[in-house]
Write a protein that binds this ligand. Structure first.
Ligand code: B12
Ligand code: SF4
Length: 500
């Protein structure tokens, strides 16, 4: 039986997370195929490592996980080179990038298959078909080339998460010590590990890559299952804090409350992502319990304070600017830090309206800070994702915006910035608008440094706040070089790209 390489391209310069995407895929073939992991975050020269494995002749398949941005930088050139150097290798991509951009990926000619969304069944089924020379054309979640065309198979129903095989921590540890994946000292603890307890999301926000991938579906592990896993991670691997990587951890109040009751005595801190309108419906007792159970900070997609923009973003129809402010205040009484992310720079019919929207949100963010100064703000610039059928994406297409036509174009510097949601190449945004957003961000981060940068001493905090104060108060954000200099000198943390 041919063996399998699972490759996690480099995703972060430091503090890289445990590679849960390929750990899930490894679990799906455990006991059926012999597999190994190459983690681009932990290897000096990952291509050499992969080539060494392929040279043995024992490996025929390489599965690569790709999220947009940094991971494409290794995934694209490496796949191309593997096909040139080892043409018999079958290359299979999975993850958010190929799921949303499958055509360009397969048209490159050097990626053989794409797995559309969850790969827990599709991946072993595909390998079985290829090994036994049986048809793969009906495998759900598979996308493949046929002649000149690209065929997208039907989607599979979401799998019950409790019956999925356990992640192979022991085997990973034999390849790369689990200790490498602790996030060192963070705001949460000294040994924070990432865990994923549910897939998808039941909502259909028109700017979000999760929507075309999961089509408004969500499946979660039960509270008991999550607790058992967390306890195992704590006892066997020594974690003292958990980062829940679910797109939407708090969908169910019942599951959250059950989990909180179980985890409370373990004295662990944890973090997760949520929606404001969902959590605003949680009872006071539930919020108090969540905090007591160790949840210190929650990431919320606030997106905008402007109700018309929220409607355009399709935030489920129930989130409003008024609610965003009120909820920030509500979180104060529970001592939970709300981490609000905003998406600025969405399209509007005229340039003046685009700028008005940006200015509106800048003042709105300042209001949020007034009612609850501990609210962490993460600022993104809107980068389109192909949410076909949404009014927002229709407007994006009308504007003349186009995704790259060749896979290699994604690794050019301008498209990399697009992925990082910093400079999105959208035709309606002028350089002045982008500067206004980025400069405001710099001044905001100067006046309110993130709590997650635990290396920033109180002296440094006071100093940078002092330096930024006048600008913040007078709305003068242009050329904030002095703040940038301090940020660079002190290696200021950027939660928007480094994660929390
Ligand atoms: C952890 C994480 C990171 C980590 C690193 C990830 C890593 N691999 O090391 C960090 C913090 C570095 C990060 C950064 C970014 N991230 Co990120 N990240 C995530 C997060 C929270 C979890 C990924 C994960 O482990 N999932 C758990 C696994 C089990 O799920 P999965 O990946 O979907 O895997 C399943 C399937 O997709 C498929 N599959 C996946 N890979 C493969 C591979 C093969 C071979 C097969 C067959 C199948 C397969 O099967 C799996 C099991 O069913 C996701 C959101 C999420 N919940 O998934 C965002 C997410 C992937 N990130 C995203 C983005 C955009 C980024 C950034 C590029 C930009 C940004 N500003 O956030 C930055 C890059 C910054 C930089 N470094 O410069 C977006 C992608 C959106 C999009 N447009 O496609 C997501 C979806 C968040 C979001 N909702 O917007 N990220
Ligand atoms: S609630 Fe969050 S994860 Fe769900 S669709 Fe909206 S932005 Fe995406």
């Amino acid at each position: 039986m041919n063996k399998v390489i699972l490759f996690n391209p480099k995703s972060a310069v430091a503090k890289h997370r445990i590679p849960n995407s390929i750990m899930n895929i490894a679990a799906s073939v455990e006991g059926i195929f012999d597999w190994t992991i190459v983690d681009g975050n932990c290897e000096e020269n990952p291509y050499q490592k992969i080539a060494g494995l392929l040279q043995t002749g024992a490996f025929k398949y390489i599965g690569i996980t790709v999220m947009p941005g940094p991971q494409t930088k290794q995934a694209i050139p490496f796949s191309k080179k593997i096909k040139e150097d080892f043409p018999g290798t079958i290359i299979i991509w999975g993850g958010y990038f190929p799921t949303n951009h499958y055509k360009i990926v397969l048209q490159s000619g050097y990626v053989d298959f794409v797995i559309n969304g969850p790969g827990d069944h599709a991946f072993p089924q595909l390998l079985n078909a290829l090994e036994n020379n049986t048809p793969y054309e009906l495998i759900k979640n598979l996308i493949y080339r046929n002649g000149d065309g690209v065929i997208k198979n039907a989607k599979e129903d979401l799998i019950e998460q409790d019956i999925l095989p356990a992640l192979p921590y022991d085997k990973l540890n034999s390849l790369y010590a689990i200790d490498k994946y602790y996030l060192g000292k963070t705001y949460l603890g000294s040994r924070t590990l990432a865990y994923h307890s549910s897939i998808g999301c039941p909502f259909t926000c028109s700017f979000c890559a999760v929507v075309p991938t999961y089509e408004a579906r969500w499946k979660a592990k039960s509270a008991q299952h999550v607790f058992n896993d967390v306890k195992y991670i704590k006892e066997k691997w020594g974690a003292n804090a958990i980062e829940f990587h679910d797109n939407n951890f708090f969908v169910s109040e019942k599951r959250t409350v059950e989990f909180s009751r179980m985890i409370r005595p373990e004295r662990m801190n944890w973090w997760g992502m949520a929606r404001i309108d969902t959590m605003d419906k949680f009872k006071d007792e539930s919020l108090a319990l969540i905090r007591e159970a160790g949840c210190k900070i929650i990431f919320f997609g606030a997106e905008s304070g402007n109700d018309a923009v929220l409607k355009q973003l399709d935030k489920g129809g129930t989130q409003t600017g008024e609610q965003i402010i009120r909820f920030a205040e509500r979180m104060k009484s529970f001592d939970i830090i709300p981490e609000y992310s905003f998406v600025l720079g969405t399209p509007a019919p005229t340039p003046e309206r685009v700028m008005e929207q940006i200015e509106f949100d800048i003042s709105f963010i300042k209001k949020v800070k007034e009612v609850n100064p501990r609210t962490e703000i993460v600022l993104y610039t809107y980068s389109p994702v192909p949410t076909e059928g949404s009014e927002l994406f229709a407007r994006v297409k009308e504007s003349g915006f186009e995704f790259p036509q060749k896979l290699e174009d994604w690794v050019t510097p301008q498209w990399e910035r697009f992925d990082l949601r910093k400079n999105p190449l959208t035709p309606w945004l002028t350089p002045e608008m982008i500067d206004r957003i980025r400069n405001f961000e710099t001044v905001l981060n100067g006046y309110y440094p993130t709590v997650s940068d635990i290396r920033l001493t109180s002296m440094k905090r006071k100093m940078i706040r002092f330096v930024s104060g006048l600008r913040y108060k007078t709305n003068f954000y242009r050329f904030p070089y002095e703040i940038k200099l301090l940020h660079r000198m002190w290696k200021y943390r950027q939660p928007e790209i480094q994660g929390f």
